[in-house]
Design a protein around this ligand. Sequence first.
Ligand SMILES: [Zn+2]
Length: 148
Amino acid sequence: MTATPAIEGWFTTGAQPALVGTGCTTCATVFFPRAEGFCRNPACAGEEFEDVELSRHGVIWSYTDAQYQPPPPYIPRTDPYEPFALAAVELPEGLVVLGQVADGYGVHDLRVGGEAELVVETLYTDADGDHTIWRWKPVTEMGAEADQ
Ligand SMILES: [Zn+2]
């Protein structure tokens, strides 16, 4: 069985996975999902981008219980749909990235201002193997100590 990203090019895999955004070579603004063609900074005329791996840790900005199926690219893992927690995490780059909360965690593990770490987990499995997606794992008090 192999593990491949469910969305190609949006994140790296391995022990230290990271989201992959793009940085404008003109104004250095970082975008996720990746910007192509022209810079989304209205004050910038840049058209060239380079891949940038985003920080693996951020601060929980908001979270919600997803009672309804979100729009693509959030591929439902179960049919019928099962609610899960979503977190919006602000990265040091100034981006807020929405993601599902890691397996085994729910809204009761989340608090605004708390730390979250990027993990990559299996979204679904088919004949081609595991298909993975990024998720936000809340960093607990114990986890925070283990990091130091
Ligand atoms: Zn720019």
